[in-house]
Write a protein that binds this ligand. Structure first.
Ligand code: WT7
Length: 659
């Protein structure tokens, strides 16, 4: 638990929602929130059934709501059928939103492309027809390794239209990570682009796909479909590789959506856990989409004239729920951005909000913190220099937001008039779980406030008993909810072990430590497992360790997180080489080699910020690495703990020095 909970809990300021936010909100005022939560509490089945009937279009209506007979493998609306793409696109066209802009795409270089709902439906249909003609059908799995683009959304929606389960891999992951996911998911199709463009630089994507497919285990992949983003040079495997525009060409504009069971796997998204191997989080169709829609309406108070902007990449869960599905299913106009917040300068976000008149803006604390530094240092790019009056709600996601960053965001971006929705959730939860409602909840900087209606969040001890307000404990969700993870793809045992440990009474264990204050507000303290949060990205310490020990020079490695002002946490690696401990320039050079190696094994986000070499690691007499001490050493603090159980105390001195 790396976040400065002490500093957070002395926070006493409370910001009630302005009258303008309360008026006309989907959930308007705390009484409305309490009434809805009470309804869900009284009769959960009736509540969820009503929500699913009112918010989704079913080709075959469901008669069962929650099936707990195989708990914790829950099923929701399990005898119903629908198609998620039809609920996102066809539904909008049928409602008369055909000519409404669905996506305003802004490229890295500022070029803007707009696509309406009917145009998007036609493109998705043409591409789906093309995939069908290549033999793809319901039950197949596709890997999507694409940059932020309308094409990425087309790819996701086209898969879903056919019942093909997608697994999006963030473009920053290496060929090796990509291959592991292709193998684990059993993909027969890979969708990619020639290159991506970020911050003025062209970054190749297809070579990573080519490389991953030579690594073995990917024999099921029949086709690689390539979106031509830059026209950069690519290698081409005849018979396997095909351009996306050629797949679409000549295909009819209509493609009947394939009805699937409510529980049909909509997508699999990999995330880090406490072992070396990422977990394939599997989501179902109906329950996931229902929660995407409800959270759009409740947390973002979605209204027809909103211009919604979520800055996440589609490679993460945030980009799934709040770009590819939620905003479309609610018929909003949304902004999608290819580039980075600091290019051409750190005013890019504010400039885009002003130009496109965004009304809802949703980003991560790490972006806010780095922009605070950049904008305070370059007054021309400060948010005060831009017309941000279109904004009415601003949001935060991915990690705890410290009160200082919260206040800056509230004052400078929200102009003390826009509620901040600090949304706590996870890849596994599918959508927001604990979050303020902009037209109801009084805000406390640093707290994600209260659970949404239907979400039974609580803080418990190691026996599953509720702990009193003010005490830390495990964050759990007591009852199942429709958008919850269904299983870990291919590893049901790990699913049960990770999320439903027997001592916790069948509650869903989120993996976060947290506490509630006397108002019932939740304060997230950080992960309780060996998972780090670096710039809002989850990273397993074991994953980085496995990558390091895979290097021929490395004998042993231990990885811990160190609090960092900008990225939340930074990766610190303690390494024992097979040869003697290097020093000086040689140590620097080897550290650089190891950093590059980790980038190649996992991706640049996993690169250790700091590498320390030792003759050994601090171990107990039974040989267990003492990570608790390493965390202290990584912070550069003096050891005050008892080290009497340590086999080799002198090693701490050696490891405490940065290169
Ligand atoms: C972990 C989940 C949620 C989508 C993006 C990240 C941390 C997430 C918050 C928040 C404090 C947060 C938790 C959680 N986290 N949102 N508002 N306040 N912590 O999804 O990669 O699955 O990571 O991110 O530790 O368990 P993810």
């Amino acid at each position: 638990m790396s976040n400065s909970i002490e500093s957070v809990l002395v926070e006493t300021r409370v910001f009630p929602p302005p009258a303008s936010a309360v008026q006309g909100a989907t959930i308007s005022g705390m009484d409305a929130y309490r009434a809805l939560a009470a309804q869900a509490e009284r009769d959960p089945d009736a509540f969820w059934a009503r929500m699913a009937r009112e918010n989704l279009q079913w080709t075959k209506p469901f008669t069962q709501v929650l099936d707990e007979s195989k708990a914790p493998f829950y099923r929701w609306f399990g005898d119903g059928e629908l198609n998620v793409s039809a609920n996102c696109l066809d539904a909008q066209v049928a409602k008369g939103n055909g000519d409404k802009v669905a996506i305003i795409f802004e490229a890295d270089d500022g070029k803007v492309d707009k696509i309406t709902y009917s145009q998007l439906l036609a493109r998705v249909s043409r591409f789906a027809n093309g995939l069908k003609s290549l033999g793809y059908k319901s039950g197949d799995r596709a890997i999507i390794y694409m940059p932020m683009s309308i094409e990425a959304v087309v790819a996701m929606q086209a898969c879903v239209r056919l019942g093909v389960t997608h697994s999006v891999v963030f473009g920053g992951f290496s060929a090796k990570s990509l291959q592991e996911r292709i193998v684990d998911v059993g993909a027969s199709l890979v969708l990619t682009a020639d290159e991506q463009i970020r911050g003025g630089k062209q970054i190749p994507l297809k070579p990573a796909v080519d490389e991953s497919l030579t690594m073995g285990g990917c024999e099921a992949v029949r086709k690689v479909v390539v979106y031509k983003r830059t026209g950069g040079k690519v290698d081409w495997t005849e018979g396997r590789d095909v351009w996306m525009h050629d797949v679409e060409a000549g295909q009819p504009d209509a493609c009947a959506p394939v009805p699937v069971n409510a529980e049909h796997p909509l997508f699999i998204l990999y995330t880090s856990g406490s072992t070396g191997k990422p977990k394939g989080v599997q989501h179902a169709s109906a329950g996931y989409l229902l929660w995407a829609i409800l959270t759009m309406k409740w947390t973002f108070d979605a209204r027809p004239d909103d211009v919604f902007w979520c800055t996440a990449d589609v490679g993460w869960i945030t980009g799934h729920t709040y770009i590819a599905y939620g905003p479309l299913a609610c018929g909003l106009t949304q902004i999608m951005f290819e580039g980075v917040p600091t290019y051409p300068d750190s005013g890019r976000f504010w400039d885009m909000i002003a130009r496109h008149k965004a009304t809802i803006f949703y980003t991560a604390p790490t972006a806010i913190r780095s922009l605070i530094k950049a904008c305070e240092g370059n007054p021309k790019t400060h948010p005060s220099q831009y017309a941000l009056d279109s904004l009415r709600i601003i949001g935060s996601v991915g990690e705890p937001i410290n009160p200082e960053a919260w206040m800056w965001y509230y004052k400078n971006v929200g102009r003390e008039r826009c509620p901040i929705v600090d949304t706590w959730w996870q890849t596994e939860t599918g959508g927001h779980m604990i979050t303020p409602l902009p037209g109801a909840t009084p805000l406390k900087p640093g707290s994600c406030t209260l659970p949404l209606p239907g979400i039974t969040a609580a803080i418990v001890d190691e026996t599953g008993e509720d702990v009193p307000a003010g005490n830390g404990g495990f964050l759990v969700i007591k009852r199942p909810w429709p958008s919850m993870i269904r299983t870990i793809w291919g590893d049901p045992d790990r699913f049960v072990k990770s999320y439903f440990p027997p001592e916790l009474k069948g509650y869903y264990l989120a993996g976060d430590g947290a506490q509630c204050d006397t108002d019932g507000y939740f304060w997230i303290m950080g992960r309780i497992d060996d998972v780090l949060n670096v710039s809002g990205h989850r990273l397993g310490t074991m994953e980085v360790e496995s990558a390091l020990v895979a290097h021929e020079m490395v004998a042993e490695a231990a990885v811990v997180g160190r609090p960092d002002d900008t990225t939340g946490e930074a990766v610190v690696a303690f390494v024992v080489l097979k040869r003697s401990r290097p020093e000086g320039a040689e140590a620097q050079a080897i550290a650089q080699q190891l950093r590059d190696w980790v980038a190649k094994e996992i991706g640049p986000i996993a690169k250790p910020r700091d590498i320390r070499f030792g003759d050994n690691l601090p171990k107990t007499r039974s040989g267990k690495i003492m990570r608790r001490l390493l965390r202290v050493v990584a912070k550069g603090e003096a050891i005050t703990q008892d080290v009497s159980t340590l086999e080799n105390p002198a090693i701490l001195d050696q490891l405490s020095k940065s290169l």
